[in-house]
Design a protein around this ligand. Structure first.
Ligand code: PMP
Ligand code: GLU
Length: 402
């Protein structure tokens, strides 16, 4: 594209970063198309297929005529299933009109911030954070206020640090637990402490992204929205992509205070309307059916986590912790900064990832995109064989750095 046409784009879009996860996944595909044997541990996508009973439900829904527009916030049948799920799994009480189904949790988050923010409103984002949070907030003219945490803190931000960051412009706090990119899980006590801070400030909202709920190795997922003092100020986001291996279906949802759900429905009504009709039918079926396939996937992820951690620990300079959920490992690689193989010098986490992509043909994502300049993210949602080979290649390439 010429410089003239780029400068004709809106400031809003020029300021926006491209999604680093999607960009790396595409780079890996491009290199593969050129004939390189790239192992992509870049995108956060279960390698499992959607369970058969969910696919069958979608096929049946198509045959039953679920081919039309649905109500903007979703089919009543799916919203009912979501209310039941929230009650069953999260001790959250929502009515049907507090649920909005969207084209992925990504759209749920965009709906929320387009509905809540005015220019200059601040959103406290607990870092490391998922790449799209900051860009969605900026798109809605808000200001992301990033609070960092390190591997020594198990990548979790304390309630005290959150309290210190609150100003009269703070509108919301946003985080995911289990967390993308760190896999960290905030404990009930930590969430209670955060709720205590929020409760002290009127007009402060919590957006709790719980899309990795079913990939929680502690077996005790806890929803901050179930704490009485913040229940009317919490929006709980979830979706089908991770727990049901349904990334390509584009189906996510929120449970929110009525007025927020209503505003999100208005936004979505102008952007995309309701999510795909037959996908919603299958989503309802998924939530109402036995979760054994989901639990099996979680078991497989846990086994891979332990395997990858053990393999990574054999690489000198790689600092790893033990994530309690999701399917990511987020090593601190600051020990590699300043090292060189004689041709390439590693100054940043992005240099490190580029080096691995070109030298080892392993695609991973720089921590910089997640608000953590000393780290990189490995998605271990891949086969054990691929994971072993990827870490072997990484070890070999990194050994060349002095
Ligand atoms: N939140 C987090 C933390 C994620 O990792 C993802 C994955 N892309 C999403 C939200 C969005 O998921 P989806 O749009 O596929 O439902
Ligand atoms: N959430 C996944 C990831 O972090 C999917 C890609 C994306 O939408 O960012 O890789």
């Amino acid at each position: 594209m010429s410089t003239i046409s780029i400068s004709s784009l809106s400031q809003r879009i020029q300021r926006m970063e491209e999604s680093a996860t999607l960009k790396m996944a595409q780079l890996a595909r491009d290199l593969r198309a050129q004939g390189h044997e790239v192992i992509s541990l870049s995108i956060g996508e279960p390698d499992f297929d959607t369970p058969q009973h969910i696919k069958d439900a979608a096929k049946k829904a198509l045959d039953d005529g679920y081919t039309k527009y649905t109500p903007v916030p979703g089919l009543p049948e799916l919203r009912k299933a979501i209310c039941n799920k929230f009650k069953r799994d999260n001790q959250l009480d929502f009515d049907l009109d507090q649920i909005v189904v969207s084209n992925g949790a990504k759209q749920s988050i965009a709906n929320i911030f387009l509905s809540l923010l005015d220019k200059g409103d601040e959103v406290i984002v607990l870092a490391p954070f998922w790449v799209s949070y900051s860009e969605i907030i900026k798109l809605a003219e808000g200001t992301p206020v990033i609070i960092k945490s390190s591997i020594e803190e198990d990548y979790k931000v304390s309630a005290q640090k959150i309290e210190n960051a609150i100003t009269d412009k703070t509108k919301a706090i946003l985080f995911s637990s289990p967390c993308n990119p760190t896999g960290s899980v905030y404990s009930k006590e930590e969430l209670n402490a955060i709720a205590d801070v929020v409760a002290k400030h009127e007009n402060l909202y919590i957006v709790s992204d719980e899309i990795y709920e079913y990939i929680n190795f502690t077996d005790q997922h806890f929803s901050i929205g179930s704490i009485d003092k913040v229940k009317d100020r919490t929006v709980t986001v979830n979706g089908f992509s991770k727990g049901f291996a349904m990334t390509g279906w584009r189906l996510g949802y929120m449970g929110a205070p009525k007025w927020i759900a209503k505003a999100c429905t208005k936004v979505q009504g102008q952007f995309t309307s309701g999510a795909t009709a037959f996908g919603q039918k299958a989503g309802a079926f998924a939530l109402n059916s036995d979760l054994t396939p989901t639990h099996e996937m979680r078991k497989a992820f846990l086994k891979r986590r332990d395997m990858v951690i053990d393999l990574l620990k054999e690489i000198p300079g790689m600092k790893v912790n033990k994530p309690l959920g999701a399917f990511y490992i987020f090593p601190d690689i600051s020990d590699f900064f300043g090292k060189t193989d004689g041709q390439t010098t590693i100054h940043t986490a992005s240099d490190f990832c580029e080096y691995l992509l070109h030298q080892a043909h392993v695609a991973v994502v720089t921590g910089t995109a997640f608000g953590a300049d000393n780290c990189f993210r490995i998605s271990y949602a891949a086969s054990e064989e691929e994971l072993r080979e990827a870490v072997r290649r990484m070890k070999e390439s990194l050994a060349k750095l002095r």
